[in-house]
Design a protein around this ligand. Structure first.
Ligand code: 8X3
Length: 247
């Protein structure tokens, strides 16, 4: 019997991360659900027969703990932990918010990838799948810190693919556009639910976390020689960042 394939999903406590953990479990993976909020990931791990690992991706010691919990081999790493903090223009944005966005979206991805690369290599068939954003493809007003960070995620991904060429590790990025999740926009606007709701107002069908998770599971289940470099995914109503159909 072939041993069960394993996956790590960071930011698994909600949204795209939680949906991805469920989707990969449904594909037969044993999933390590990593996030800071232990209660949430324990419930998820119970539900899907996975493991909960408390992890703050911006903390090196915490990431080392994740690597230890995972052990010697790993097939799939989904670097999903990330987020946007604030929406101020460049002229007045808080550098601390920019630092925090770079920290989680870029350095978090870097640290977790570095810590788990040996296990991915040891599996003989690894995949690093970074959750970027359409914000990593374009600039928009008020998005400076987030777009800069997600451009960073994209470049990190491309660089890693070049550097690992010849090794048994695929490197992919998924770049979602408008996805309505329970927390993303609320966190971005510091808990202002009205502003958060306005993002999706009148949009017939924004993507939901499950749509993105479905695409991630698809990437992760292609044959080993197939590397999906990048996959941009948006709702039908969003033809481009500034071109959103609202009713
Ligand atoms: C989220 C997409 O449009 O808020 O990563 O930048 S957007």
């Amino acid at each position: 019997m072939t041993p069960q394939r394993t996956a790590v999903v960071t930011g698994a406590s909600s949204g795209i991360g939680a949906a991805t953990a469920r989707a990969l479990a449904a594909e037969g993976f044993r999933v390590f659900c990593a996030a800071r909020r232990l209660e949430r990931i324990e419930a998820l791990a119970d539900e899907i027969g996975g493991e909960a690992v408390a992890c703050d991706v911006t903390d090196a010691a915490s990431v080392a703990g994740l690597a230890e919990a995972v052990g010697d081999t790993l097939h799939v790493l989904v670097n999903n932990a990330g987020g946007a903090f604030g929406s101020d223009p460049v002229a007045t944005a808080d550098p601390e918010q920019w630092r925090a966005m770079y920290d989680v979206n870029v350095l978090g991805t870097l640290q977790v990838t570095q810590a788990l690369l040996p296990a991915l290599r040891a599996s003989g068939d690894g995949l690093v799948l970074n959750v970027g954003s359409t914000a990593g493809r374009i600039a928009y007003e008020g998005g400076g810190g987030y777009t800069a960070a997600k451009h960073g995620t994209q470049v990190l991904t491309e660089t890693l693919r070049l550097e690992l060429c010849g090794e048994p590790i695929r490197v992919s990025e998924i770049a979602p556009g408008m996805v309505r999740t329970e927390e993303f926009s609320t966190v971005r606007f510091g808990g202002d639910q009205e502003k958060a709701d306005a993002v999706y107002a009148g949009v017939p069908d924004p993507l939901v976390a499950e749509d993105v998770a479905d695409a991630i599971a698809w990437i992760a289940t292609r044959p080993s020689h197939v590397n999906v470099d990048e996959l941009v995914i948006r709702p039908r109503a969003q033809a481009a960042q500034h071109k959103v159909h609202r009713v």
